[in-house]
Design a binder for this molecule. Structure first.
Ligand code: 5GP
Length: 208
């Protein structure tokens, strides 16, 4: 067989309220070779969020201890709370040849790009700022002040789009899911995902 080192990180960033979690859930339902990286955070659970499923909710003291122990592949402070990606989780899943999908902010995405772990970075954007505001208000989990803060931060976050490999407009969910799946499929077939395709191709069958 032509050997492929196909596993990589799928880094998704979007302004808060951009519909990213729904999109990620839909992608995970279809693609069985992808796992979700559950981040650690010091923020409190929102709505129906469950510990260990949506986030690992930890105290600030535990988070800082984990930073000291080198547990995070990246960590960043977002909206006044800490968020971090577990290094051991990522390494173990990539070693099993699974892709790992990460829902992280623009700072975390930059930090991971600087490592030698293969990745693809996708920015997810609602069709307009107006739609983003509407989605944040419909979510009804944040105060008016919090929503205003998230809108302000969204304006800064979109300036990072040029550093991403792909931009998916999340207008219709089904189309956005198909776009993300198409990107993953294309990325799997990049020449760099194969270790030595020419040699493998030539040798297959020759030695049998
Ligand atoms: P929320 O509190 O709305 O779930 O997430 C706030 C922001 O933190 C989002 O932009 C989300 O992508 C980001 N985030 C979630 N987990 C991580 C993480 O592990 N690392 C970083 N850098 N950002 C994260």
């Amino acid at each position: 067989m032509i050997a492929r080192n196909s596993s990589f990180l799928i880094i998704l960033s979007a302004p808060s309220g951009g519909g990213k979690s729904t999109l990620v859930n839909e992608v995970l339902k279809v693609a069985k070779n992808i796992e979700y990286s559950v981040s650690y955070t010091t923020r409190s659970p929102r709505g129906k969020e469950e510990n260990g499923v949506h986030y690992h909710f930890v105290s600030e003291a535990e988070f800082l201890k984990r930073i000291d122990e080198g547990d995070f592949l990246e960590h960043a402070r977002v909206f006044g709370n800490w968020y971090g990606t577990s290094k051991s989780f990522i390494k173990s899943r990539l070693a099993k040849n699974h892709h790992v999908i990460l829902d992280i902010d623009v700072q975390g995405a930059s930090l991971i790009s600087a490592t030698d772990i293969p990745y693809v970075k996708i920015f997810i954007l609602p069709p307009s700022m107006q739609v983003l505001k509407k989605r944040l208000m419909l979510r009804a989990t944040d105060s008016e002040e919090e929503i205003a803060k998230r809108i302000q931060i969204a304006k800064e976050e979109v300036t990072h789009i040029p550093k991403y490999d792909y931009l998916v407009i999340n207008d219709e969910l089904e189309k956005a899911v198909q776009d993300v799946l198409a990107i993953i499929r294309a990325e799997e077939n990049r020449v760099c995902r194969y270790s030595h395709p020419c040699e493998d191709f030539i040798n297959i069958g020759e030695n049998q």
